[in-house]
Write a protein that binds this ligand. Structure first.
Ligand code: PMP
Length: 429
């Protein structure tokens, strides 16, 4: 590699949500194993991010690596049009069995955002095929569903990229994000905004789309499961589809297989991604009910109009099968519960810190919300100096470590967060 590869990176390569003029620093990682990332200068960082919810088993897992090596020796990829293969069929069988009940028709796509596009297209085609074309979705404020156009259009309109693409995005309907938190007592009337909006607008709507329980990039809020049950009831009452975006929450992160399981509900369409392959390959899936799939297929089009080049990529499916096989004995449950307990013990005392607005923990997710916005680049570099990889955003410092993290490593992450709060220059005043 060119010795100045970092200079090349800064000059030529876009990183997520960064400027080409003043890019945030990028740290060169040369390998990752277990819960550690190794930098090119030899420093090792404890990973608190699971590569954005994905690497649930840690990095370089031998079982997933073996499955991928085996698959490579057969084929890495083959088109899915007119062809099928065992890794995809095995994965879809597993998914149908795992996700909340009744979701039995699977569409495999490339990324979380594409899974959302697919879900939205399914809802639109469903209504078209029913002879009652509708085009509006109802979404939650502080929701986030991805960066492609359809997905952006259902992200919070004030707290996302909406304004930048204002004239291009279809307009949808939004209700306030659920106010009643996970763990609080539900009060009658907590859902008023949702009930009245649906009562007024249901006839123009295709579907309600939401992140169940955890609103992630829109603010890391955890809301009451009863809200989900009410959404389910109202969707049934008005004949609307319910789309659950479980891209971040799926596969155990919140303490249940899927966040919908906290409420015991099943949506009409579910999207999964991120941890699907244990964080090794990009792959997502959108599952729906048979009657939705058959209504779509009975339309003039006669089919569902989507078919990515890398649909059902066998290598990604093999990784996903291995990742799910590691979850199947449910040994993640006590591990996630232990992480939750340690997160609570380490983070809740920070509520007394003058910089802290709130602390929240659910499953293997811990969030410290600060009063002031965070100086990301300064704090990030301080974290690296402490030997940890934690990437804050906005006014949130949060952890979602791999489920395999041990007590000492998690403690290092927690100490680093507690220490970080004492430096004024970590915040924008
Ligand atoms: N939905 C949610 C809830 C997400 O957290 C994300 C990713 N941050 C997406 C959708 C989009 O997934 P991807 O980045 O794989 O396109």
């Amino acid at each position: 590699m060119h010795p100045d590869y970092l200079a090349f990176d800064r000059r030529h390569i876009w990183h997520p949500y960064t400027s080409m003029i003043h890019p945030l620093p990028s740290y060169p990682v040369i390998s990752a194993a277990g819960c550690e990332l190794t930098l090119s200068d030899g420093r090792r960082l404890v990973d608190g991010m699971s590569s954005w919810w994905a690497a649930i088993h840690g990095y370089n897992h031998p079982v997933i690596n073996q499955a991928m090596n085996d698959q490579i020796s057969h084929m890495s990829h083959v088109m899915f049009g007119g062809i099928t293969h065992y890794p995809a069929v095995e994965l879809c069988q597993r998914l149908v069995a795992l996700v909340p009940s009744g979701l039995e028709c699977v569409f495999l796509a490339d990324s979380g955002s594409v899974a959302i596009e697919v879900a939205m297209k399914m809802a639109l085609q469903y209504w078209q095929a029913s002879g009652k074309p509708r085009r509006k979705f109802l979404a939650l404020r502080q929701g986030y569903h991805g960066d492609t156009f359809g997905a952006m259009s259902v992200c919070d309109p004030d707290n996302s990229m909406h304004r930048l693409y204002n004239n291009y995005l279809p307009t949808h309907l939004f209700v306030d994000s659920p106010q009643r938190r996970f763990g609080e007592t539900w009060h009658a009337g907590d859902d008023l905004n949702l009930s009245t909006t649906l009562a007024t607008h249901h006839a123009s709507l295709t579907a309600v789309i939401l992140e169940p329980i955890v609103q992630g990039a829109g603010g890391m809020h955890f809301y009451h499961p009863h809200y989900l049950r009410l959404v389910r009831e109202l969707c049934d009452q008005y004949g609307l589809l319910l789309i659950a975006d479980e891209i971040a929450t799926g596969f155990g992160r919140t303490g249940e297989w899927f966040a919908c399981d906290h409420a015991g509900i099943s949506p009409d369409i579910i999207c999964v991604g991120k941890a699907l392959t244990g964080g090794t390959m990009t792959l997502s899936a959108t599952l729906t009910r048979r009657h939705v799939a058959e209504t779509i297929s009975n339309s003039d089009a006669g089919c569902f109009m989507h078919g990515p080049t890398f649909m059902g990529n066998p290598l990604a499916c093999a990784a996903a099968n291995a990742s799910i096989s590691l979850l199947e004995d449910e040994s993640w449950r006590p591990r996630v519960a232990a992480i939750a307990a340690q997160l609570r013990a380490g983070l809740l005392p920070l509520l007394d810190h003058p910089q802290v607005r709130d602390v929240r923990v659910l499953g293997a997710i811990g969030v410290v919300e600060t009063k002031l916005p965070i100086a990301v680049s300064t704090l990030q570099s301080w974290f690296v100096d402490q030997g940890v990889w934690i990437r804050p955003f906005g006014s949130y410092i949060y952890l979602m470590p791999p489920y395999i993290i041990n007590v000492e490593a998690l403690q290092r992450l927690l100490y680093a967060i507690a220490g970080a709060l004492d430096y004024q220059n970590h915040f924008i005043i």
